[in-house]
Each structure stands twice: as C-alpha cells, then as structure tokens.
Write a new protein. Structure first.
Length: 76
C-alpha cells in the first residue's frame, strides 16, 4: 500500500462517522489513475442517495485532503 492509499484510508476514517450515524459505512477498495473506488455497506449499500453521498461528501473531502484524487466511484 502506498502513501496515497494510506492517506485515502485515513481520510475515510475521519468522515466515516457521517455515514455511520445513518447506519451505513464506506470501505476503500482501490485507487487507480486518480480514481478512488469504494464500496458502500450497511444502510448505504442499497440507499438511493448513496451516489449523492459519494459525490457530495466522500469525493469532495478526498479531493481536498488527498493530492491526486480526481474522482470517487462505486467499486463493481
């Protein structure tokens, strides 16, 4: 695991409580070509707002905190 991935995980740990308060969570899957791939679990997994949470919360914060992050997407 490289330094960027460690910083991504540390940043996700800082914002995780926002998702956990609604019964969900986010798990880091991978980072490739500026794109962070995450998996939503718990209540977030089937929530119709999961993509909004990723774009409006997770992506914005990761872009601010981690150099090189261009986008966040759901992992397949």
């Amino acid at each position: 695991m490289d330094d960027t991935e460690k910083l991504i995980i540390a940043t996700l740990d800082k914002i995780r409580h926002f998702l956990q308060k609604d019964g969900g969570d986010v798990i880091f899957e991978s980072f490739k070509d500026g794109i962070v791939y995450v998996k939503m679990i718990g209540a977030c997994q089937d929530c119709m707002f999961a993509n909004n949470d990723i774009k409006d919360l997770v992506e914005v914060i990761l872009q601010e905190e981690v150099p090189g992050v261009l986008e966040v997407r759901l992992a397949d």
